[in-house]
Design a binder for this molecule. Structure first.
Ligand code: PLP
Length: 398
């Protein structure tokens, strides 16, 4: 997955443009920037590639989620439905704008279960936030139907699945707003960075203003701009955006490598009795950044995960026991350990997650293993890896 594996001359050339002008900020300094507007260029390239009208770059994927929520008018006490399997950024970004993260079970897609989502909808629900974990997507058609029926916003977290698609549309562009991360370990990177995409003009303008202190960006004198509403600073730097300008040009090259390596691994493993693969919803195309599969039982999954590690197969994850990606280890959320006081809305409305029953999620996560597909491997290495994996798994299962 990580774009940093192929960091090279294109990235250096883009950054050098910025260094040559010395203008490290994305706004203003028109006369001194020698025509370089890296953040604006990357926004244009991203909107084009994702077939949306608008893209707004920000400082991180987490920031993109918060800005997306704020731009759609989500705030104190509004409930946002999110999955039990995701990155901690999901609930962080919701809490940051005063919203209430409502955790909901996943299914064999390893993303939000539409059935569980429908059960969790209340009068306070405003947003459904599927997270397309590990390269594949939620059942967006079913979720969109629910969102239309209950008048909810569909916000896609596509941070781990950029380049995948659903129903012929790039992931992130199917819902009302989509978010990407360009942190250092994502499919394409800015070093640090993130973005949201949307076809909604008013969400976009809100995001443009909100991510830069509420500046309306009218005219060429920053000091004279007005601020129609309160904002914050989630700006990306021009240096980070420059790296992204090079990486987005290479996205399809990276995806092709991922697909090739993923296919070698999958073709080798699929003949093993006892292994099944994560369900990809009909109409979905993965971005192939991970190969995700299930073992017959939790015990076997633990055994296989341990054995793969011992055999030198790195970058395979057993999320069930992972600190950052599965609700079971989110003690700081469950026990609401914060530095300062939380708002009344969060204190009174947040479900007591120490008593939550997510056994349906556990039944899938307990059996799941995800193996990262690296783009820096050689084909020979992948073939050897596939063979070793198959041997290790066969030994554990039979
Ligand atoms: C990486 C990631 C984020 C957050 O992105 P940052 O740029 O690291 O803040 C959010 N959601 C998911 C699913 C991610 O993988």
């Amino acid at each position: 997955m990580p774009g940093f594996e192929l960091f090279g001359e294109q990235e250096k050339k883009q950054v050098q443009d910025v260094l040559d002008s010395g203008i490290l900020m994305r706004y203003g300094f028109d006369g001194m920037r020698k025509g370089h507007w890296k953040a604006k260029e990357l926004e244009k390239a991203l909107a084009d590639r994702m077939q949306t009208k608008h893209a707004q770059l920000v400082s991180s994927g987490t920031a993109a989620l918060s800005v997306a929520l704020a731009s759609a008018g989500i705030g104190a006490g509004d409930e946002v439905i999110m999955p039990t399997f995701t990155f901690v950024a999901s609930f962080e970004s919701i809490l940051a704008i005063g919203g209430i993260p409502i955790l909901v079970d996943i299914d064999d897609t390893l993303t939000l279960s539409p059935e569980a989502v429908e059960k969790a909808i209340t009068e306070k629900t405003k947003v459904v936030m599927p997270v397309h974990m590990c390269g594949s997507m939620a059942d967006l058609g079913a979720l969109k139907k629910l969102c239309d029926e209950y008048d909810l916003l569909l916000l896609e977290d596509a941070c781990q699945a950029i380049g995948g698609s659903y129903d012929g549309k790039p992931l992130g562009s199917y819902g009302d707003i989509g978010c990407f991360s360009f942190d250092f370990v994502k499919t394409i990177t800015c070093g640090e960075g993130g973005a949201l995409i949307t076809n909604n003009e008013s969400f976009y303008l809100n995001a443009d203003h909100y991510s830069d202190h509420g500046h309306d960006h009218i005219g060429t004198d920053r000091g004279a701009e007005s601020h129609p509403f309160l904002g914050y600073n989630y700006r990306i730097s021009e240096l980070n955006a420059a790296v992204g300008c090079a990486q987005i040009e290479r996205l399809d090259e990276f995806l092709a490598i991922q697909k090739k390596f993923y296919s070698i691994l999958k073709n080798t493993l699929q003949n093993i009795k006892g292994i099944t693969f994560r369900r990809v919803p009909e109409g979905g195309v993965e971005n192939y950044s991970f190969l995700n599969f299930f073992l017959p039982t939790e015990e076997k999954a633990k055994e296989v995960h341990g054995a793969l590690g011992k055999a030198g197969i790195d970058a395979c994850f057993y999320w069930f026991d992972n600190n950052w990606h599965y609700y079971r280890k989110w003690e700081h959320l469950t026990h609401l350990t914060t530095l300062g006081k939380l708002s009344e809305e969060i204190k009174t409305q947040l479900p007591d997650y120490t008593k939550a029953d997510f056994s349906k999620s556990d039944a899938w996560m307990g059996r799941a293993i995800s193996c990262l597909v690296k783009i820096g491997w050689s084909e020979k290495e992948v073939e050897a890896r596939a063979k070793t994996m198959a041997k290790v798994i066969e030994e554990c299962l039979h």
